[in-house]
Design a protein around this ligand. Sequence first.
Ligand code: ZN
Length: 96
Amino acid sequence: MAEPTAPSSSPADAQPAPAEAKPKIKIKTRKPKQRACDEKDEKGKLCGGHLKRWYDYPKEIEELIGPKAEIYRCEFCKTLYKPNLSEMPHSYTLRY
Ligand SMILES: [Zn+2]
């Protein structure tokens, strides 16, 4: 595929920036009332790190979850946790 109109403004891009061996971003959903990470390592040991609200996440995370999203991160293994949307403070129940 030729690029007829796209101006290539990168003169020496022979080698793409070396990926800094970043671990794949993993996003889980928090279980109701969950405050500690339940990730297990390869030995099956529970991580148990605290899930902390993460405010200033980088762009690559923003692309995944959107800007100003509510996200938590394990302090140990850095697994990301989305809030559980079914965990609402309201006590509306469906009545029939
Ligand atoms: Zn963890």
